[in-house]
Write a protein that binds this ligand. Structure first.
Ligand SMILES: CC(C)(COP(=O)(O)OP(=O)(O)OC[C@H]1O[C@@H](n2cnc3c(N)ncnc32)[C@H](O)[C@@H]1OP(=O)(O)O)[C@@H](O)C(=O)NCCC(=O)NCCS
Length: 150
């Protein structure tokens, strides 16, 4: 497994990546995330997840992002998006992606690595719990905020 940058050669394949139909409320599309990556510039770290030559997922980390609005002095880092292709789930790619994002941000000096997720049955809460994320008690745009200390 490895991460790759989004490039002129792979971005069209990336745009076709899709989670299961019943999971589409859980995460924004790759298209939406790449638009945000453009707008947020240095605060966004988008990467594709490959298994050999097979594209299996997309992740985007956020780096020192003003948390609530552009003037917020509370700046945080963590995982913004994680989309593992529907038919590729359950094979360890999500775990690999989270660990890779943690390693990148740890190397940049991040101590607290945040994630937010939709708190519904069938959502990713158990996945993040298994990776050591603990809810902070905050809710952001209806999503549970959780943190893992790096
Ligand atoms: C959540 C998601 C990223 C997990 O990726 P994945 O590649 O399937 O996860 P892994 O194969 O690494 O699974 C690791 C563990 O988490 C568990 N797990 C994964 N998704 C789960 C879920 N939705 N509910 C319960 N357990 C889950 C796996 O069973 C596995 O458990 P094990 O270690 O006991 O075998 C993926 O299912 C996905 O893209 N879901 C839709 C979009 C989404 O919710 N993204 C997160 C937005 S914040």
């Amino acid at each position: 497994m490895r991460l790759e940058r989004v490039t002129p050669k792979n971005y069209e394949a990336a745009l076709k990546l899709s989670v299961r139909e019943d999971q589409k409320d859980l995460v924004a599309s790759v298209e939406h995330s790449l638009a945000e990556a453009y707008v947020y510039g240095e605060h966004a770290w988008p990467r594709l997840v490959y298994d050999g030559d097979r594209l299996v997922g997309f992740l985007m980390a956020f780096v020192d992002l003003p948390w609530k609005d552009p003037d917020d002095t509370d700046r945080r880092s963590g995982l913004w998006r994680l989309n593992i292709a529907g038919k590729e789930q359950g094979r360890g790619y999500g775990t690999f992606a989270v660990e890779a994002a943690c390693a990148e941000l740890r190397a940049r000096g991040t101590i607290d690595f945040y994630v937010t997720y939709v708190p519904r049955d069938g959502g990713p809460a158990p996945f993040y719990r298994g990776l050591g994320f603990v809810p902070t008690g905050e809710v952001a745009d209806g999503e549970t905020v959780a943190v893992r200390r790096l």
